[in-house]
Write a protein that binds this ligand. Sequence first.
Ligand SMILES: Cc1cc2nc3c(=O)[nH]c(=O)nc-3n(C[C@H](O)[C@H](O)[C@H](O)COP(=O)(O)O)c2cc1C
Length: 190
Amino acid sequence: MDLMTAIKERRSCRSFSDEPIEKEHLEKILDAATWAPSPLNAQPWSFIVISNSEVKKNIFTEAERSREQGVQKSGWGWLGKYRMDFLMSAPAIIAVAGNPKKSGVDQFMEEGARAYEHACAAAIQNMMLTAHALGIGSVWFTLFDREKLSEILDLASDKIPLALVCLGKAAADPTPTPRKGFANKTTYIA
Ligand SMILES: Cc1cc2nc3c(=O)[nH]c(=O)nc-3n(C[C@H](O)[C@H](O)[C@H](O)COP(=O)(O)O)c2cc1C
């Protein structure tokens, strides 16, 4: 699959079949992640591949808690109806954790480390595009409290969980999501 096709065809998948992901495919996805750019090539990411049902259930419970908090604070009706069963049905979830000490020079600046999050985001995009090219659906998930997810995953204190990438064969056609195009999003300084 060529790059532009993968970029334009990939859609978030929130309904997975229970078909497991082949080890070879999982490793291709993880390998693609590691080719993302990063500050000083510090490669601030680490990956935790989760297929354990109990851990998925714990993640789901934390996501539900965060969702309910979000409903209360935002008053958003759609969030009350948002179902996250895919956290339990996805055959694999890759947690992406970042290390702020591997963030390049910005960790010494006033605003503190930020670039490591950008690098992890680039790694996630590489994963999702690779998954799509392999016929595997994915969704980038962030509705959780980072401290609580750290506890669930038993992460070392230098690692911050930034996202969960849920992976599996799509059980339904993903919802189309239009784009606004770049013309109104772009200005030029010539
Ligand atoms: C940083 C980030 C966080 C996201 N968090 C969530 C999430 O918590 N739950 C979810 O269902 N989708 C999440 N998404 C997926 C977006 O909803 C989705 O990418 C967007 O609606 C565009 O749809 P598409 O991916 O199908 O093109 C997230 C995406 C990004 C980039």
